[in-house]
Design a protein around this ligand. Structure first.
Ligand SMILES: [Zn+2]
Length: 336
């Protein structure tokens, strides 16, 4: 197993393979990109490839070196992550001693520093000499979500490799294939994940997220009824916490978008919640009206209000009343 276990980032991986094939590798790399997008995984695969005995442009997965690497038992590989909140000068001193001793088993030594933006100023200063005159066998890879937190000297001596945000369809496919996530959940989670595969997985497997998604659906159903109290009652749990309330509103927006799309085309393939298509169509059958776009306007207004520091409880209350109004008041047209 080599790079094929990585979701997306074909551009970066192509570049690294090319450098490997042409033996044009840098001694220092800075892998930069949003948290959780897969930078560290690629760094580890590059390290494995550099140490591999096969001469391929990625780790072969079978040689002694790859086997040791896989079992986190490779004498020529070191991975450093923050000790508490930062990477400290003592850790960099240990890194230095590690690098300065010649490779134990192969031709190279590789170090990955994760969360490199947390290196303290003295830790970074301690690195400078090594970065300026690295031993020929050494490769250092700094993984960071904030390259500009590194000293200009470090930046200028390393090759910066930028990782783009992953597209939702890439994340969605990865959630389904690598983690067996159910397709509807995978689609919603991937669209919430902000390009981060780690966040998507966290959401897809989070109880809170799936409960909030279910609550958003139940609230939508309650607001379709004429009983104003039921919707408000279900909203109560979200009225005290702005972060939770904002997630709820975003998830409600997804439900209303789906129901709106299905009201136009019951076969629509574009809906997020493929897993709930029949539930949504059943709901559509219970109303003569099509106030979905008005509801979406109201939710957008509420999201903006929460974002600009409105009182959470009041904003949620007003949202529920307005949605009920457009659902049930035949004399009204459009949102309030
Ligand atoms: Zn190998």
């Amino acid at each position: 197993m080599g790079y094929n276990r990585i979701a997306g980032h074909e551009d970066v991986i192509g570049l690294l393979r090319l450098a490997m094939n042409r033996q044009r590798l840098a001694h220092g790399y800075i892998f930069e990109g949003v948290p959780g997008c897969g930078k560290r995984l690629v760094a580890r695969e590059l390290a494995k490839a550099l140490l591999c005995e096969s001469g391929l442009d990625e780790g072969c997965g079978h040689c002694q070196s790859c086997l040791k690497f896989e079992t986190q038992n490779h004498p020529d590989y070191l991975e450093i992550e923050p000790d508490g909140k930062s990477v400290k000068v003592e850790q960099i001193e240990a890194l230095q001693s590690f690098v300065l001793i010649k490779p134990y088993s192969g031709a190279r030594k590789v170090v990955v520093v994760d969360e490199a933006q947390t290196m303290t100023a003295s830790a970074q200063n301690r690195l400078l000499k090594l970065i300026e005159e690295p031993p020929a066998y050494a490769t250092l890879i700094f993984v960071t979500n904030q390259a500009d937190a590194l000293l200009p000297t470090i930046l200028s001596r390393c090759q910066v490799v930028s990782f783009s945000r992953l597209n939702p369809p890439v994340i969605e496919a990865w959630l389904i294939e690598a983690h067996g996530v159910e397709s509807g959940v995978a689609r919603v989670a991937s669209n919430f994940a902000d390009g981060s595969i780690a966040k998507a997985l966290m959401l897809a497997t989070s109880e809170v997220f799936s409960q909030t998604r279910q609550d958003a659906f139940d609230i939508l159903k309650a607001l379709m009824k004429r009983d104003p109290l039921e919707g408000l009652f279900k909203l109560q749990k979200y009225s005290a916490d702005k972060v939770l309330a904002t997630s709820l509103i975003e998830l409600m927006i997804i439900w209303y978008r789906d129901i709106s799309a299905l009201s136009v085309d019951p076969e629509s393939a574009k809906i997020f919640s493929q897993d709930k298509r029949s539930d949504l169509i059943e709901l559509l059958g219970k109303t003569q009206k099509s106030p979905w776009l008005d509801c979406l306007d109201i939710l957008d207004q509420t999201a903006r209000a929460l974002n600009s520091n409105a009182n959470t409880s009041l904003a949620m209350h007003a949202m529920a009343l307005k949605i009920q109004e457009v659902m049930h008041d035949n004399s009204r047209r459009g949102p309030v």
